[in-house]
Every structure is written in structure tokens, then in C-alpha cells.
Design a protein around this ligand. Structure first.
Ligand SMILES: [Zn+2]
Length: 160
């Protein structure tokens, strides 16, 4: 396998220029991902997970270890978690460390016309309303459903 082939999937993390304290994560978290930035965080931090495509089993272990090393005085949030990250949060104890998941994407499907899309939700909205806000299908305006076992997908959001 050449470096050029790996490139699009390679893990990267970039400090956002637009939002102070925000880091944008992207690519695949695997044995090659350098997660050492986590132990150097300072001040309130948001980790934008939207670009994370996949996390393999080595990556999960590396992530849990790295997230434990976030300095104790750093308050951090995981934002815009895509389904690949939400699945790990639900399955793996300690995945978020002391971090809070404040927003996440859910895969939505329209039962009427089959249209699919990912929608961004705030964890707080789900907690306060005990349900997801309605999402209208962009094609036929019917209310869309979570394209997964909803109870299971939202497990993390029900825990305080
Ligand atoms: Zn529809």
C-alpha cells in the first residue's frame, strides 16, 4: 500500500481558525492516528468529530487512552458526532472520557419516499423533550425516522 492511497483516509486534526477552542478531527482513527494533541489541550475545548470517517479497534483503544490524558482542568465537548462515532460512544465505556456529547448526527430515512439524509441534533434538545425534534423529508415533507434502532442509537443521550 502506498502513502498516496492512504492519504484521503489518514487521520488529521486542525485547530479551527473560526471558532476559538475548537479542533476539527477528520479521517480514520486507527493505529496510525496521532492523538497526542489531547494531552496538550488547555481551556474550554470543543472537538468537532464530523470529519471522522471510521474508528477501527486499534483506534478505539488508542482514543480511550488519549482521551484519559486530557488535563483535568480542561472542560471539553464532542460536537457534530457522526454515526460512526455515536456507535462507539454507545458501545464502548469511557469513549468520551470526561467529555460531553453536545451535538450529533443521526441517519434519517423517509418511510414514504425512501429519501435518506443525516441530520444534526442537539443532545440537550433530545434530553429536554425526550424525543428528537421532527425532521421533514426534503423531497416529500413527511416526517422522517431514524434509520437505525432509535432507542439504541440514542442510548448515550439518555445518560446524564
Ligand atoms: Zn419523503
Amino acid at each position: 500500500m502506498t502513502a498516496a492511497v492512504r492519504e484521503p483516509d489518514a487521520f488529521s486534526v486542525r485547530k479551527s481558525n473560526e471558532m476559538a477552542g475548537t479542533w476539527n478531527l477528520a479521517g480514520v482513527i486507527d493505529e496510525g492516528a496521532d492523538l497526542s494533541f489531547l494531552e496538550r489541550l488547555s481551556g474550554p475545548t470543543r472537538l468537532n468529530m464530523h470529519g471522522v470517517r471510521r474508528i477501527n479497534s486499534y483506534g478505539v483503544r488508542a482514543w480511550i487512552e488519549a482521551v484519559r490524558k486530557v488535563p483535568v482542568d480542561v472542560a471539553f465537548e464532542l460536537i457534530e458526532c457522526p454515526p460512526s462515532v455515536v456507535d462507539q460512544i454507545n458501545m464502548v465505556a469511557g469513549f468520551t472520557g470526561r467529555g460531553r456529547v453536545t451535538s450529533f448526527f443521526a441517519p434519517m430515512i423517509c418511510d414514504k419516499c425512501g429519501c435518506e439524509k443525516e441530520e444534526l441534533f442537539l443532545t440537550e434538545d433530545y434530553r429536554s423533550q425526550r424525543r428528537l425534534p421532527d425532521v421533514k423529508c426534503p423531497r416529500c415533507a413527511a416526517v422522517m425516522q431514524v434509520d437505525d434502532l432509535e432507542e439504541q442509537y440514542l442510548l448515550f443521550a439518555r445518560e446524564p
